[in-house]
Design a protein around this ligand. Sequence first.
Ligand SMILES: NC(=O)c1ccc[n+]([C@@H]2O[C@H](COP(=O)([O-])OP(=O)(O)OC[C@H]3O[C@@H](n4cnc5c(N)ncnc54)[C@H](OP(=O)(O)O)[C@@H]3O)[C@@H](O)[C@H]2O)c1
Length: 334
Amino acid sequence: MIKLGTIGTNWITERMIEAAHATGDYLLTAVYSRHEASGEKIANGHGDVTVYTDLDQFLSADDVDVIYIASPNVLHHSQIIQAIQHDKNVIVEKPAVLTQYQFQNILDELSLHPQVHFFEAARNVHMPAFHVVADYLNDVDGIDGADFTFSQYSSRYDKVLNGETPNVFNPQFGGGALADLGVYPVYDAVGLFGVPERLAYYPTMISTGVDGKGTAVLNYGDFDVTLNFSKISASTHNSEIYHGREIITFDSAGEVTEASIIRENQRQILSPLYGKNPMIPEMSDFARVLNDPDNEQNQADYHRWLEQMQNVNLVLSRLANFAGIEYPTKLEED
Ligand SMILES: NC(=O)c1ccc[n+]([C@@H]2O[C@H](COP(=O)([O-])OP(=O)(O)OC[C@H]3O[C@@H](n4cnc5c(N)ncnc54)[C@H](OP(=O)(O)O)[C@@H]3O)[C@@H](O)[C@H]2O)c1
């Protein structure tokens, strides 16, 4: 069993624990929170789990193999570095970090701790439907373009409209649409087509000073991929890849729970609906590597994910740069 410790006590941590336990590979052993009661809420119902309110004591715990980090984006970098320095494997929520410098800094730290594994929880590219689409595109000669959309109205935008600044819409916390839902379509594009030759990002800035939504255009020479993502409006658009008379389609760019191909109005299912907790495939993939790190296939997958993560970080950094968005490197306390 992989012994799991968590940072961050919002709903996503509970969803990840549910997925981790569903794989049968993990056991929750430790929870960190700044507040005992929030930690207890996460630990509750999972048996013998220690709740820590001191980060260093949590990171020093002997009965923790991997740390899942679901804190505000701006805190990821320092928490990842500290976890690696304590020889803990890391699964960090997207976006892993906010700048290219931070990413390089993590690679440097990993080289000092070669036994440590570092994963980004970008669940969409671990979904069965994503693999089916990628395999299909491997056998396709050339594509004509793609449109990926992931837009969900955030209930926390109501707070913005009421004059508050929740973390996800706070520039000091690395908030905004690109560093949130935007990560998923960037992952889809980089995972399927690689790093674009040219790119542009046109954000809609909101009162708190972050991008509430935006459109990015990634140019791959012969074709363009358009990414639409929003936290201040919703969309039911499917994601589409154009190939002559064919449309390869999957649901939202962030979910990728099913995939089809449409030819002359006839739909053929490529990958049926994945109806379970969508964090199961990624947690299962990470467990495979952690359980058998010397396996050749596992090593190849791990290095491919690490390279993909770096390419996504590069594309996100360039998109932010294009739009004049600067992310904070650390949390400035008031
Ligand atoms: N994969 C997905 O589907 C998904 C979904 C949602 C979010 N996410 C990612 O998960 C991460 C967390 O997002 P979120 O919306 O849950 O963030 P959040 O609610 O703002 O904060 C998450 C947790 O971080 C801790 N925290 C909050 N403010 C802090 C501060 N000032 N200093 C130190 N710790 C603080 C809190 O835990 P304690 O109070 O217990 O310390 C809180 O529960 C982000 O990277 C986001 O992109 C992923």
